[in-house]
Design a protein around this ligand. Structure first.
Ligand SMILES: NC(=O)c1ccc[n+]([C@@H]2O[C@H](COP(=O)([O-])OP(=O)(O)OC[C@H]3O[C@@H](n4cnc5c(N)ncnc54)[C@H](OP(=O)(O)O)[C@@H]3O)[C@@H](O)[C@H]2O)c1
Length: 336
């Protein structure tokens, strides 16, 4: 329901570690008035991503840090409620950097909002999940960099999350073995029983390193790296000749004030391993290709897309912390 107040979370203090009550302030402003050639968008869903935490640190990432006093940057999905721009018809859906706020005016963000096809037949939340940035990240990270081949072993960390769950399913579609690393028995059962992973390792189990070695008797050909730290160190010890490492994320470090030590590169050297960091925005021009293929796989039931939904914009800061506590299965979304 549209209101005349725009709630916005602004950044007050850069966190030293986890986000806490002093990090953001929820303020209320009048709903912005779109100018000539602009449209007004009501934010419906906010995507909760590990990168939210990286964006509020001191160090620039692939985008400048969110400034103190600025609205928190975030991907979201909204509906156009008034428009003077033919690209954004009234009633249509858009996605992009809508921020932690109720309303946004097109043309004022860092990246233009993208119209969302309204006729996919899939739940609209999927546009932030398997058909959103995280699904597209899994798609290009796997197919452009990981290049899994029939019979190869793919290991993916944060496997029950938004990116990881799609990574493993793509590995299976390409005929590879999928081994996931996730936190907890429930997630591991979901990966194997529902998504068809060949094995899932509970990273909280005391013998997880041995379980990982047992699950990869022929070594690892693709390490889709979402986590870094100790998990990356262990997987690196199993890398095969000509293995590929799509370096997608290092979530174990995002709340750290000190950087962790990296893995041994011994096997990278002797086994001629390729490690490639990537940022999904570099693939922006090819998003339609990925969304079309992922949409088909989801419609055919070949890729399952699960969401963990948190109700209310006011919960956005604590939702980011949920990612670091492993309290999500699949894509974490805030319903505004
Ligand atoms: N390169 C890019 O363009 C790009 C784009 C999107 C995302 N990413 C990266 O991809 C990774 C996954 O993102 P996502 O959005 O799909 O998040 P997600 O996997 O849905 O959620 C994060 C998961 O990380 C795991 N985790 C958190 N802290 C951890 C720790 N200290 N050690 C091990 N695991 C930990 C938790 O799962 P468990 O408890 O189940 O292990 C948590 O559920 C992140 O590193 C993110 O930065 C990169």
């Amino acid at each position: 329901m549209a209101t005349d107040v725009n709630r916005r979370y602004v950044l007050r203090k850069r966190p030293n570690g986890r986000i806490d009550d002093s990090t953001f302030e929820l303020i209320e402003e009048p709903v912005p008035a779109p100018g000539s050639g602009q449209a007004l968008v009501q934010n419906l869903y906010v995507s909760v991503d590990p990168t939210n935490r990286a964006w509020i640190g001191e160090e620039p990432t692939y985008l400048p840090p969110v400034g103190i006093g600025e609205c928190m940057r975030s991907v979201g999905l909204g509906r156009v409620i008034s428009s003077d721009d033919d690209r954004y018809p009234e009633g249509s859906l858009v996605t992009g950097l809508t921020g932690w706020q109720d309303y946004v005016v097109t043309g004022e963000g860092e990246i233009p909002l993208t119209p969302v096809p309204g006729d996919t037949g899939l739940p609209i939340e999927s546009m932030l999940g398997a058909l959103g940035l995280t699904g597209v990240t899994a798609y290009f990270g796997m197919l452009d960099i990981g290049k899994p081949q029939e019979g190869e072993t793919v290991v993916v960390s944060a496997a029950a999350g938004a990116v990881g769950s799609v990574v493993g399913q793509i590995a299976k579609l390409k005929g590879a073995r999928a081994v996931g690393i996730a936190g907890g028995a429930e997630k591991c059962a979901w990966l194997v029983d529902e998504l068809g992973f060949d094995a899932a390792i509970d990273r909280h189990a005391s013998d997880w390193k041995q379980q990982l070695r047992d699950a990869c008797p022929n070594g690892v050909d693709v390490d889709f790296e979402n986590v870094g730290g100790e998990i990356m160190r262990e997987v690196f010890g199993l890398l095969n000749l000509n293995a590929r490492v799509p370096l997608c994320g290092l979530i174990s470090e995002y709340n750290d004030t000190d950087r962790q030590s990296g893995p041994s590169l011994q096997r990278v050297l002797v086994n001629r391993v390729t490690i490639k960091g990537f940022i999904i925005l570099d693939y922006f021009g090819r998003f339609p290709e990925a969304i079309a293929q992922l949409g088909q796989w989801v419609a055919e039931g070949k890729v399952k897309d699960k969401h963990t939904m948190v109700e209310g914009l006011e919960k956005a800061p604590e939702a980011v912390n949920m990612l670091f506590d492993g309290d999500n299965i699949g894509k974490l979304i805030v319903k505004v």
